[in-house]
Design a protein around this ligand. Sequence first.
Ligand code: G6P
Ligand code: MN
Length: 447
Amino acid sequence: MKLTIVGGGGFRVPLVYGALLDRKERLGLDEVVLYDVDDSRQDRIGHVLDGLAAEKGVQLPFRTTTDLVDAVRDADFVFCAIRVGQLEGRVIDEDVPLGMGVLGQETTGPGGICFALRTIPVMTKLAETMAAHAPNGWLINFTNPAGMVTEATQRILGDKVVGICDSPSGMCRRVAAIMGRDPKALWFDYFGLNHLGWLKDVRDGTGAPLLEELLADDAALERFEEGRLFGGDWLRSLEMLPNEYLYYFYYAADTVNAIRGGGSRGSFLLQQQREFYARNGADAPAALADWRATRHDRERTYMAEARAAAGQEGEHDIEENSGYESEAMAVVDAIVNNTREVLILNTANRSALPFLDERAVVEVPCIVGRSGPVPVAVGEVPAHAASLISTMKDVERTTIDAALSGSEQLAIKALALHPLVPSVNTAREIFDGYRRRLPELAEAFAA
Ligand code: G6P
Ligand code: MN
């Protein structure tokens, strides 16, 4: 079995490789190939991987390449986690809208649109290369904005693209932990798009709905991320538990103020990772632990002021730590070993959400076996969620069309239709701001 990692020089590759080492036999892995446009970063990561293999005493040969065809040829699985424009690009994605008082975030809001505009052409090229040279391969996509990227690449590879995010499973694990239950023994009614999802209920073997009781329990809500983020009153109004990324919709103005006061996530990570690569990847486990530890900064930064003001500072007791690589492994394992496990993934809707068409990529529980993920029927959902999903699906598709056509008109339309952008004029200013600071974007969208 050949597995290729596109974005082989990426900061999180050691996590994935470490997980592959643990499952080498079970997956029948023979060859791992790392591909990256930046060979020097890839070399540094290569040293980290050598160290990991030595530490675990497992042999799993890998090689690096900068030739995309060589990398994907006859691959069974292609993992893709890339950041087109690198973290410098992310800082611009986030800063430009923030300068206009609009949310600046990697995947939600205008930042996600700008990120998608430069990422989709690159991902389309990867998908076309796979169609030509690895027609039976699975594309396991982590590249953000994962929902849009999955939908764009599915236009070429169909159902052979699976989009992954660790936030839904992370939330389900936190909810199970709070309930003192084994997550495997529960059914999670989760639905939505990537970074735009809700848990509408949780059921156990008796079929009893369990979410209402959790939402009624303020003390329990205080003990995990989503409970603290949204607050009991709002959760009881919604009667659902939203994905953490919905914080940006429900508390948009508060987030903008907090980020403007405290600095963007992009600039924090840029600093952290510059140091990591400058030190040749030395101390990778410590650096990765550090990255993980700051993941909850989303909450700490944005909620800190509000919580402190209310005198409610507290500690998390429920954290969860290995989402990223375990999700990827679970998908590959389910396909290779036909386990029919239930995983929350990004895949074509079929009719899981009845108000969307068949090809719309959605994030819902799927049964996963040899032939890939099959989404379960979610059925009706509250009107508020259905309408936000429909609006955002239209924004996503307008963005994909803009990225593929280089049409300024479509790019501005996507920005203007986004619920977090308050005016068409703001959308125009944001697009101009991006174009001024990103020469590649200016070129791609030259009139
Ligand atoms: C979550 C999201 C991912 C995102 C990751 C890292 O896991 O689901 O899509 O890439 O956080 O966020 P960061 O801000 O650390 O880059
Ligand atoms: Mn994600």
